[in-house]
Design a protein around this ligand. Structure first.
Ligand SMILES: Nc1ncnc2c1ncn2[C@@H]1O[C@H](COP(=O)(O)OP(=O)(O)OP(=O)(O)O)[C@@H](O)[C@H]1O
Length: 211
């Protein structure tokens, strides 16, 4: 199992946002997490990435414990909330900078992804000129451009038009087929239904496998 969550619980301001959550995520699989607003989907993704300190339980990634607030390995691609793009820089400069933090920039793969999402012609334009959907697609490119082993995406298709959603779904299949573990939280059950190998349902902090 690539990711294991073992009896994870978390309470924030008297509200239990994760309740004894246990789950496993394998390589080469797409996992969907569905659930109503405020049910804890984002908290679950944050826990997987070590962005929150659990009150109880553990998360392991590739056998290693995920430690709160420690820098994520380069092999993890994440979209949780707004990516911190520098608006006065171009799309490409932002990608180079973000990859540079990890000392790795694969020009060819980055261009392939930019082309796929119709951003290549805009790569030298400043991000402040991008629409919401274009920023979201740039965030997707950033989460995939380093051949990440684990891809964790919160509402990745928000703001995307139908054509871009189709591209995204196809690209997720491609990532799965090269062996990545893909975890997607979304309200769009119809989209997840098209690609997910497994679906989890979140409700009031409780995670259940969907039939
Ligand atoms: N900083 C915070 N302080 C207090 N409560 C919080 C905080 N952050 C999140 N919560 C609560 O945690 C619960 C789970 O939130 P989470 O963002 O994980 O939900 P979600 O399932 O991702 O919802 P959505 O579909 O709206 O994105 C919510 O009830 C929310 O009110």
């Amino acid at each position: 199992m690539y990711i294991t969550i073992d009896h994870a619980s978390k309470t924030i301001k008297n509200k239990q946002v994760l309740r004894d959550v246990s789950a496993g995520f394998e390589r080469g699989r797409i996992y969907g997490v569905v659930g109503p607003n405020g049910s804890g989907k984002t908290m679950l993704l944050r826990a997987i990435c070590g962005f929150i300190r659990l009150d109880a339980g553990t998360v392991t990634m590739n056998g290693e414990p995920v430690v709160f607030n420690r820098k994520l390995p380069d092999s993890v691609g994440v979209i949780i909330e707004n990516p911190g793009f520098v608006l006065s820089e171009t799309g490409m400069q932002n990608l180079e900078y973000l990859a540079g933090i990890n000392k790795d920039f694969d020009q060819e793969e980055t261009e392939r992804l930019l082309r796929l999402f119709d951003l290549l012609d805009h790569a030298d334009a400043k991000v402040k000129s991008y629409s919401l959907g274009m920023r979201q697609k740039l965030a997707i490119v950033q989460a995939l451009m380093e051949h990440q082993h684990l891809i964790v995406l919160d509402e990745p298709t928000n703001g995307l038009d139908q054509e871009s959603v189709a591209m995204f779904l196809e690209e997720m299949r491609r990532q799965r087929d090269r062996g990545a573990t893909v975890i997607i939280a979304s309200h769009h059950f119809d989209e997840l239904n098209q690609i997910a190998d497994y679906c989890y349902a979140m409700r009031d902090g409780v995670l259940r496998a969907e039939d």
